[in-house]
Design a protein around this ligand. Structure first.
Ligand SMILES: Cc1cc2nc3c(=O)[nH]c(=O)nc-3n(C[C@H](O)[C@H](O)[C@H](O)COP(=O)(O)OP(=O)(O)OC[C@H]3O[C@@H](n4cnc5c(N)ncnc54)[C@H](O)[C@@H]3O)c2cc1C
Length: 383
C-alpha cells in the first residue's frame, strides 16, 4: 500500500540520489577497509534510514511493506554492506519488539533504533542450531525478578556495533523444540556479554558478523518480549516472514544494478568488430535476466500488498525470498559471463557483487528451508 504517492516518490528520489551520489562512490573503500565510514553512517542517520519501518509515533518513517520494498529496490543498487548496517534496525533487530513487545519496551527502544542512536542485532542462530533453529540451546533461567541467560549465538550481523540484542533462549527445558523458547531484549553493556572476533566472509565486506556469547547474563524480567514466556519462536518466525520479503526486495534491487552495469558494458565492449550486445547469445542472457528480475519484483510487490492488507503471507514471503535470491544468483553469474575475463577481476564491480549476493540464498532461511515452508503450508492448506 502506498499511502501518499507524492511523498513516496520524494522519498524514493532522495534514496536514489543518496545511493548514486554518496554510497556508490564509497563502494571500493568499504570493500578495502571492511567498514562503512562514520561520515556515511551519519548521513544515513540524518536521512532517517535507520527508522524506515518503525512507526511514526516512535520516531520512524513508518513505511508500509510495499513502500519498504520499493525503497529496497533503490538501496539494492549499491554494495549490500550499506543496507546491512541499517537492515537490522529496520528488520530482524526491531521487528520482534514492534510486533510482540510491550508498550514500555516499544516506547523505550524503538525511538532509539529509529534514529540510529542504538543499533540492534537478532540472535537466533547457534553453532549447533542453524536451519533447525528450534533446537537452540541457549538457556534463560528464572532467578527472582531476573533471568540468567547463557549460550553462544553464531553469525550475528552487526554484533560488533550493536547496543541491544533480540535473543531467543529456552525458558522451558522440558518443552520440545520450538515450544519452550522465549525472546529477550538484552543490552550489550550487561555483564557477561562477549562479542567474538568478526568472521572473515566471502563477500559483503563492511558488514560485520560475529559470535555473541552470553555467560550468566542477568536480564530483568521486563526485558522478556511481550512479557510472555515460551512464545519467542513464534515472534522470531513473524520477524522472519517480514525479513524474507525485505531480502527478496533487496536482492531484486541488486539484480537491477548488476544488470544495468552489464548492459552498458555489453553495449560498449566490441569483439569481432561489433558490440557484444549485438550477439544473440549475449542478448539471450540479458533477456533471461530481465525477465527474472521483472518476475522477482512482481512477486515482491504482490506479497507486500497482501501483507499490507493484513493477509498471512508466510508462503508468499518464502516464494519471493527463494525466487528473488536464486534469480539474483543466476543473474550475477550471467553478468560475470557477459563481462568475460573482466568479470573475474576486481577492476569491475561485478566481481564484488558476484561474491556479495551469494549470501542472499543462505541467511534468513536457506533456499531449502523456503522450499520446506512453502510445501508444508501447501499441504496444511489442503489437509
Ligand atoms: C553473513 C551471515 C549473517 C548472518 N546473520 C544472522 C543474524 O544476524 N542472526 C541470526 O540469528 N543468524 C544469522 N545468520 C545465520 C543464518 O541464518 C544461517 O547460516 C542459516 O539459517 C543456515 O544455517 P546454518 O548455517 O547452520 O546451515 P545448516 O542449517 O547447517 O544447513 C546446511 C545445509 O543443509 C541444508 N538443510 C538444513 N536442513 C535441511 C532440511 N531439513 N532439508 C533440506 N536441506 C536442509 C541447508 O539448506 C544448507 O544447504 C547469518 C549467517 C551468515 C553467513
Amino acid at each position: 500500500m502506498i499511502r501518499d504517492n507524492e511523498t513516496h516518490q520524494l522519498l524514493l528520489s532522495t534514496v536514489r540520489a543518496f545511493v548514486r551520489d554518496v554510497l556508490r562512490p564509497h563502494e571500493k573503500e568499504v570493500e578495502e577497509n571492511n567498514e562503512v565510514p562514520e561520515s556515511v553512517v551519519a548521513q544515513m542517520r540524518d536521512l532517517g534510514l535507520f527508522g524506515l519501518t518503525i512507526p511514526e509515533e516512535y520516531g520512524g518513517l513508518g513505511l508500509t511493506m510495499e513502500e519498504e520494498a520499493e525503497v529496497c529496490f533503490e538501496l539494492g543498487r549499491t554494495s549490500p554492506a550499506f543496507r546491512s548496517l541499517i537492515g537490522t534496525n529496520n528488520g530482524i533487530g526491531s521487528q520482534g519488539i514492534l510486533i510482540d513487545g510491550t508498550e514500555e519496551q516499544k516506547s523505550f527502544y524503538l525511538p532509539k533504533l529509529a534514529t540510529g542512536e542504538y543499533l540492534s542485532s537478532f540472535c537466533l542462530t547457534e553453532p549447533d542450531a542453524g536451519s533447525d533453529a528450534g533446537s537452540l540451546k541457549t538457556i534463560a533461567e528464572r532467578d527472582g525478578d531476573d533471568y540468567l541467560i547463557s549460550g553462544t549465538k553464531r553469525f550475528i550481523t552487526n554484533a560488533p556495533y550493536a547496543d541491544i540484542f533480540t535473543v531467543m533462549a529456552r525458558t522451558d527445558r522440558d518443552a520440545p523444540g520450538a515450544k519452550g523458547i522465549s525472546a529477550f531484549i538484552v543490552e550489550r553493556k550487561s555483564d557477561g556479554v562477549t562479542i567474538g572476533k568478526p568472521g572473515h566472509k566471502m563477500g559483503q565486506k563492511g558488514s560485520l558478523t560475529a559470535d555473541v556469547i552470553f555467560d550468566k547474563v542477568r536480564v530483568p524480567a521486563k526485558q522478556l518480549i511481550g512479557g510472555v514466556e515460551n512464545v519467542g519462536f513464534k515472534t522470531a518466525m513473524k520477524v522472519l516472514d517480514k525479513g524474507r520479503l525485505h531480502m527478496a526486495a533487496f536482492a531484486a534491487g541488486v539484480s537491477d544494478r548488476m544488470l544495468e552495469d552489464t548492459l552498458l558494458y555489453a553495449i560498449e565492449r566490441k569483439q569481432f568488430g561489433r558490440p557484444i550486445a549485438s550477439f544473440e547469445l549475449i542478448q539471450g542472457m540479458l533477456a533471461d535476466s530481465k525477465a527474472e528480475l521483472y518476475a522477482a519484483k512482481s512477486m515482491v510487490l504482490d506479497a507486500a500488498r497482501k501483507r499490507d492488507e493484513g493477509q498471512r503471507i508466510s508462503t508468499e514471503a518464502s516464494c519471493a525470498k527463494m525466487f528473488s535470491t536464486e534469480a539474483c544468483g543466476r543473474i550475477a553469474d550471467r553478468c560475470v559471463q557477459i563481462y568475460g575475463g573482466a568479470g573475474y577481476v576486481s577492476d569491475y564491480d561485478i566481481e564484488r557483487f558476484y561474491r556479495d549476493v551469494r549470501l542472499f540464498r543462505i541467511y534468513e532461511g536457506t533456499t531449502q528451508i523456503q522450499q520446506l515452508v512453502i510445501a508444508k503450508n501447501m499441504i496444511r492448506e489442503v489437509s
